[in-house]
Design a protein around this ligand. Structure first.
Ligand SMILES: NC(=O)c1ccc[n+]([C@@H]2O[C@H](COP(=O)([O-])OP(=O)(O)OC[C@H]3O[C@@H](n4cnc5c(N)ncnc54)[C@H](O)[C@@H]3O)[C@@H](O)[C@H]2O)c1
Ligand SMILES: [Zn+2]
Length: 380
């Protein structure tokens, strides 16, 4: 398979970084980093037990073979370990390994590892380079690019973090073969989110992928899907890297939060232990679409199409016992400090997102749309 290459430039950074997407790339990690870094650099690999057990040796051997000295920092597997205390442990580890500003961090894993490693890299010695090797679909299409890093704290998920663009991303879709199907679906829900705000082509990619069940050519199709998703995210991030608070146009980075107003609230009211993030996004897509439909700003056949694709990804965990009042409370508390009112990303059509303040939406429309979304399973 050919490797697809994509360059991402942001106004805030003088340089650009390259995302390489292909299959069977991990054994090439050493030569990939050599071309990016030259030699003689030390590398701290940040990963978790699960991913490092599967792919750590391949990556570390490849780096050592290319002349890099590697150190390995592992965190336990789970969202709860994306914490300030683990970021501090990572910093202590880098310091103990005498990493200098010329050295770098490599994140090997899903979004949890990437967010934590990127955060630690952004504050260690006021910022060292970091490279992402995403191993979940969600991290490949979303978390590994765009430079948002962070940890969860007692006052909120992802509310503590930095913008620190990676210096390069190596995306090997063959690692998805070992991913739990539930985690794979989570990535697909996030892909549907991006398709909803980007337009028809990405939605078609996902539909085609879901409809073709043969294993033959799966890696190729996945690489193409990831490439197109990353291209779209890059096109948004390149012109609004810092998610500017003043912007509310259809190309604002905020539109990537489609479905996330509800998703974050659902995760919160279930203590982050019932849904995985992508599943909560699946519900969020249905809720935001329903609001758009009830406000009569979006054609209902577009909403039906979108719901069909969400349904096609798989059955979402039952949410019917969750209290809508709790969800509404969590939505209100989650709003960004810079905002006087919750902002909903809605659709005027697929590919035409619009940012609407909650104060402009009748409260019963929000409540009934949430009820509609969570009172039924996605296949119901
Ligand atoms: N920075 C961003 O822009 C951004 C965007 C979206 C999501 N996120 C964050 O990403 C996180 C979710 O990421 P995720 O869905 O990748 O979760 P995750 O990192 O927890 O990975 C999911 C599970 O898959 C396992 N795993 C990873 N790769 C594997 C592989 N190849 N084979 C087998 N198992 C593997 C992990 O160990 C974990 O158990 C959340 O914390 C979310 O806030 C960040
Ligand atoms: Zn998300």
């Amino acid at each position: 398979m050919n490797t697809r290459t994509l360059k991402i430039r942001t106004k805030e950074r003088s340089s650009e970084y390259v995302v390489e997407i292909g299959s069977g790339l991990l054994p090439e990690t050493g030569s990939w980093l050599q071309s990016a870094l030259g030699g003689r650099t030390r590398i701290a690999i940040v990963s978790n037990d699960t991913v490092f057990g599967l792919y750590g040796e391949t990556v570390a051997d490849s780096l050592e073979d290319s002349g890099f000295r590697t150190e390995v920092f592992l965190v336990p597997d789970g969202e709860e370990f994306k914490s300030l205390s683990n970021a501090e442990k990572a910093l202590e580890f880098f310091s103990g390994a005498r990493l200098t500003r010329n050295d770098c961090i490599v994140a090997l894993g899903g979004g949890v590892v990437g967010d934590l490693a990127g955060f630690a890299a952004s504050i260690y010695l006021r910022g060292v380079r970091f490279f992402n090797i995403p191993t979940t679909l969600l991290a490949m299409i979303d978390a590994s690019i765009g430079g948002k890093t962070g940890v969860n704290t007692s006052f909120g998920k992802n509310l503590t973090g930095t913008f620190h663009q990676p210096s390069g991303v190596l995306t090997d879709v063959s690692t998805l073969e070992t991913l739990d199907p539930r985690d794979f679906r989570a990535g697909l829900y996030e892909a549907v989110k991006q398709a909803a705000v980007s337009g028809g082509e990405l939605l078609e990619d996902i539909r085609a992928f879901l409809n073709e069940n043969a294993d033959a050519g799966r890696a190729e199709r996945l690489a193409e899907l990831v490439f197109r998703q990353v291209s779209f995210k890059a096109s948004i991030v390149e012109q609004d890297a810092l998610e500017s608070a003043e912007r509310s146009d259809s190309r604002s980075r905020k539109v990537l939060n489609f479905g996330h107003t509800t998703a974050h609230a659902l995760e919160k009211v279930t203590d982050y232990s019932y849904f995985n993030h992508g599943e909560a996004v699946g519900y969020g897509i249905i809720a935001a679409s329903e609001i758009s439909k009830r406000l009569e700003i979006c054609p209902s056949d577009s909403i039906d199409l979108l719901n069909d694709v969400v349904r096609g990804v798989g059955v979402l965990p039952d949410a019917s016992s969750i209290s809508i009042t709790d969800v509404l409370g969590a939505i209100e508390r989650d709003k960004k400090a810079s905002e006087s009112s919750v902002q909903w990303i809605l659709l005027e059509d697929i590919g035409r997102p619009v940012i609407v303040s909650a104060s402009e939406i009748p409260p019963n429309v929000i409540r009934e749309s949430l009820e509609h979304a969570i009172s039924r399973r996605s296949n119901g």
